[in-house]
Design a protein around this ligand. Structure first.
Ligand code: ADP
Length: 381
């Protein structure tokens, strides 16, 4: 690592970008951020901030020109521009061809199939009428899950269709139709691969969802799985990052179904919500690991200091406007509770405004404190 390396362009300035910069700052690395929101979480702490949309070819090209090393904190960016910057000699990790696969849920599913990665059975469709036709002719059975191939995010763009009467609500866009999996547990394994091909995996985390908001409510690490399932989850995630030939941090979201089979659901080629806890609970955080990976440095230990629970701090139902935080003092009184605020200027129902990581000497102790945090910490308008 030499001074000329200590510079990074990041597409996206949300909370993931902010926490990446916090890790980079320890190495006194200058980070330059591009984001369409001037008041995004990373804007204040970036060395320079460029206001503009990362989905626009010209904007990304202009942002990237002269930058030696570029990464992302959101995959929905102009990969055309990243291909061009890479052709001009910039180091771009994750590579744009990896982003092209992951940006499109249809291409992701085909990738899983081609590489023998276990995943729910699926078919690709271009329109609502095509799906309706398949159901009417008996070639497609209900219930199923419809997912938009592109543009969906955090539960938006995913719907379960159970009855023929609901076919009218289908998205009329290119989509993946997937069997409805009887889910026992939702898991995520964060893995990393550096430019030399070294890999590392964090222990599996278990995500517990808020059914109404379809957002992760809290996560627990390590997941309550037997040793063999932990190992299988790790091996599957490592197989995925190797198959992608990807450099950086990759979150591999999986389902453990009722039959006890592990299925890969989807990928995020960047630090992920399910890895926030690593900042306090692991020897190397996912953010530092991402920097180590993309700069070709040795990967850090993924061992945990102690079990951890992560609670997302979501905007309260009906909240809209300037955020008001409740319960801060009470939570800070508890040892092992770490609060993170993203600094978003507007609260909306279920918007991710911050998170808390709760450590305990046992998982039960951490869960106990996490329940208190969840009950006490609120964001209203
Ligand atoms: P997003 O990109 O919005 O996170 P996901 O593919 O993760 O989309 O789907 C969101 C949620 O919907 C999942 O976390 C899971 O709870 C549910 N889900 C997705 N696919 C299936 C499926 N095939 N069967 C059952 N539930 C599913």
């Amino acid at each position: 690592m030499q001074p000329r390396d200590l510079e990074l362009g990041i597409l996206g300035g949300g909370q993931l970008g902010k926490m990446l910069i916090q890790a980079a700052s320890r190495w006194h690395m200058r980070c330059h951020v591009l984001d369409p929101a001037a008041d995004c979480p990373a804007a204040d702490i970036a060395s320079t901030f460029t206001h503009g949309t990362f989905r626009d070819y010209e904007t990304v090209l202009r942002f990237g020109e002269g930058k030696r090393q570029i990464t992302i904190e959101i995959e929905d960016v102009s990969t055309e521009a990243l291909h061009e910057l890479q052709a001009q000699g910039a180091i771009v990790h994750p590579a744009p061809d990896v982003l092209d696969i992951i940006k499109d849920k249809g291409a992701q599913k085909q990738f899983f199939k081609e590489h023998n990665l276990p995943t729910a059975t699926f078919r690709l469709f271009d329109s609502r009428s095509e799906i309706e036709g398949a159901v009417r002719s008996g070639k497609l059975k209900l219930p199923f899950v419809q997912k938009l191939r592109t543009g969906g995010y955090d539960g938006r763009g995913v719907q379960i269709v159970r009855k023929t009467a609901n076919l009218g609500a289908l998205f009329d866009e290119p989509s993946v139709i997937e069997e409805l999996v009887p889910i026992q547990k939702e898991l995520s394994v964060i893995v990393a691969r550096n430019t030399h091909g070294e890999v590392a995996a964090y222990p599996a985390v278990e995500m517990v969802f808020n059914p109404r908001a379809n957002l992760v409510e809290y996560l627990v690490c390590p997941a309550s799985l037997d040793e063999a399932m932990h190992r299988l989850a790790e091996v599957t995630a490592l197989k995925t990052i190797k198959a992608l030939n990807m450099v950086g941090v990759l979150a591999v979201e999986m389902f453990l179904d009722d039959a006890g089979d592990l299925l890969v659901n989807e990928l995020a080629p960047r630090p992920h919500n399910s890895g926030h806890h690593t900042i306090e609970s692991c020897i190397t955080s996912q953010y530092e690991q991402h920097l180590r990976a993309i700069f070709g440095l040795p990967l850090g230990s993924t061992a945990m200091h102690s079990p951890a629970v992560m609670v997302n701090l979501l905007g309260a139902e009906g909240a809209s406007g300037s955020p008001v935080y409740h319960g801060w003092n009470e939570c800070l009184r508890k040892p092992g509770v770490y609060l993170h605020l993203y600094g978003k200027q507007e609260v909306r129902p279920f918007r991710k405004m911050g998170h808390a990581t709760i450590l305990g000497s046992t998982l039960d102790e951490a869960l106990e404190k996490a329940k208190f945090v969840q009950y006490t910490l609120k964001v209203t308008a």
